[in-house]
Design a protein around this ligand. Sequence first.
Ligand SMILES: [Mg+2]
Length: 387
Amino acid sequence: MKIERIELHNLVGKIDEPYKSSMGWKTTRNTLAVKVIADDGTYGWGETGAGANDFADVARGIVGMNPERFGSVWQSIVNTRYQGGGYAGVASNVASAIDIALHDLVGKSRGLPVYELLGGKVRDRIFTYATGLFYTEKDVNDSTWPDLREEAQSHAEAGFKAMKMKIGGLTMDEDVDRVHTLRRTVGDDIRIMVDANEAYDAGTAIAMSRRIADANVGWFEEPTSSQALDDNLLITTQSPVPTAGGESASTRRDVARLLRRRIFDMIQPEIICVGGISELKLCAQMAEAFNIQFVPHFFNTHISLAAILHVLATISQAPPAHPKEPFVNEPATEFDQTVHPVRSALTDPFFTQSEGWVDVPEKPGLGIEVNEDALDHFRVGDVVVAD
Ligand SMILES: [Mg+2]
């Protein structure tokens, strides 16, 4: 079997009611959906955030390679950009999407779910937490936070046992009040986490952590610039709330830098930029070796969610001695609940949770199908082809 061509679909969905993090308002949600087609007609899907033309320039080099050779395909993408750290960014994004698509393709070709290609599963379902609780137009103008309270209740009623909110987008006093409001709204039995998207300097982040610690916050995500390793280490050392980060890490090299100095208490690689299924599994094993909790990031479509579920199905419970407990030794992942028009239409099945758990897909490959009508509806510009 040979890789014959790669199709790139730049998908953009407009959001009717924008929502905000510390980085500003989101008015669209995007992804680059990547279809890899072999010479026998078998195909697989991946996704990432790179631009289609940059992607095509890098991806042309793998046309003609054997899609079953995940490792050599991955290396041939990353190695071409190795010098000067160029693997971080577009090469890592391309490697991510191609690696996900090749696992889907080869799984379909062999009639096996992806977890079988990774050595087999050790669990049938994966624990997830709800991501949402962004700032809304209404909440920005109403300091009783009506949308925050209503959305938190809806996640709790849907069965989620853990949820994550944004901070860093309003004043310190306002955000401290929002965190305590969330705790009062959901009660003591639901885990809450906060994500600042790098909004603070180190000293402010430590001060913020001290002000929200009594709301029993499970983690403080990206408190300051993720490039500032010493600052993050200072926060992790002094913050009463455990820290989390790593969602923009490229390949094992970035993740190793975060693990070996214990920059964060939890590590959160993102499958669409860290390097795909192969690299996410490797990072899970590295985190286990460093005794750091592994909680992968998820914010795109159910192409990448399916890929994360397959990886987590195969990783160890660590440490093994403790009874199975999410956020202690049982793996968990993020389940973004924000409005994403492309995601809602793109794949079948659309994964759902029960009491926070999502079943691992059982069909060959990733176990999802991509809706061609949705591709046509959301695609901006023509399909870009690398062949
Ligand atoms: Mg985040």
